[in-house]
Design a protein around this ligand. Structure first.
Ligand SMILES: Nc1ncnc2c1ncn2[C@@H]1O[C@H](COP(=O)(O)OP(=O)(O)OP(=O)(O)O)[C@@H](O)[C@H]1O
Length: 293
């Protein structure tokens, strides 16, 4: 199998060259994630082309926790996620495991954080297996080929995302949902300490949505992975995240547990939507849209 070109592995679907260090061989011993990493964002401001898009956003996620960013179209969810990933210039601080990500080189950041954008751009001629193996790049030395541990991480990610049967298929020959799962498989192969997911299930059928979200949830427990995701489906956000940050016009409109944030009054105000909020058997909010009487 040919080895894919190095890229910034923390940013699935957004390839660009990345410098590598001079250690021969595959994944080095001790490359495994050293432990859980929480997130502390303080006073985040982002301007895009001179337009203020995010203002004074602060939020925290405990190590191994799941935070969902919710809010209407254009509220700034993807921009906050991109700033945390180091892809959007910002003011304020973003600490992951106590480390200011603004001061990290691409390779260091990619060992810490994996980011899966909303619409990953995948190189069409690469195979699924080659692409997923790109997730190992931050763990490889200069000109090193993936070693046994890297291959194993790639195969495990393929299997976890139900992609093994597509492993030798070119990326151009996949459906939208399969492509979304490939981007996630690459992020998992990266073995990050924090996973940033922008609408990770938008192209998936109901069964694959649950499978992917259950898998990410399981990894929070088994790998102590910290998760920050955007999610449009408020009921799903309430089922999987322990904390929600509701953004409106680039600012935090509410920050708390699902029960604190998902209320009929807040949703009516921020989304201009008619909904009924009830509870599932575990007491989590369930949002039902109501048609105009
Ligand atoms: N280059 C730019 N210049 C000015 N404004 C921009 C630029 N890029 C994006 N925006 C604006 O920034 C705002 C936030 O965009 P963002 O993608 O973060 O929103 P979002 O909450 O993720 O939305 P959605 O739910 O639709 O995906 C939007 O109003 C968008 O139009």
């Amino acid at each position: 199998m040919s080895r894919p070109a190095p890229s910034v592995p923390g940013q699935a679907g957004q390839e660009r060259p990345v410098p590598t260090s001079a250690a021969p061989g595959g994944a080095a011993p001790g490359d495994a994630a050293p432990g859980p990493a929480g997130l502390d964002v303080t006073g985040l401001d982002v301007d895009l082309d001179g337009t203020p898009v995010v203002r004074a956003v602060s939020c925290t996620v405990a190590p191994g926790g799941w935070l969902a960013l919710i809010g209407p179209n254009g509220a700034g969810k993807s921009t906050v996620l991109r700033a945390i990933a180091g892809l959007a210039r910002h003011r304020g601080t973003v600490l992951v495991g106590g480390t200011d990500v603004g001061g990290l080189r691409d390779r260091e950041r990619a060992r810490l954080i994996a980011y899966v954008p909303q619409a990953p751009v995948l190189p069409p001629d690469m195979t699924v297996r080659e692409y997923v193996l790109l997730g190992r790049t931050p763990h490889l030395g200069y000109l090193a080929h993936p070693g046994a541990r890297d291959q194993r991480a790639g195969e495990e990610s393929l299997a976890a995302l139900d992609l093994t049967r597509f492993a030798d298929r070119r990326l151009s020959a996949l459906s939208g949902g399969e492509r979304q799962r490939v981007a996630l498989a690459r992020a998992l192969a990266q073995e990050p300490r924090m996973l940033l997911l922008d609408e990770p299930t938008s192209a998936l059928d109901l069964g694959h949505q649950q499978h992917v979200l259950d898998l990410v949830d399981e990894l929070r427990g088994s790998r102590r992975l910290t998760v920050v995701s955007t999610l449009h489906d408020l009921t799903t956000a309430a089922q999987y995240a322990q904390r929600l940050v509701l953004l409106d016009g680039g600012r935090v409109a509410a920050n708390g547990t699902p029960a604190e944030v998902i209320t009929e009054e807040l949703i009516a105000r921020v989304y201009a939507a008619r909904v009924a909020v009830t509870q599932d058997p575990e007491g989590r909010p369930v949002v039902t849209p109501l048609r105009k009487p």
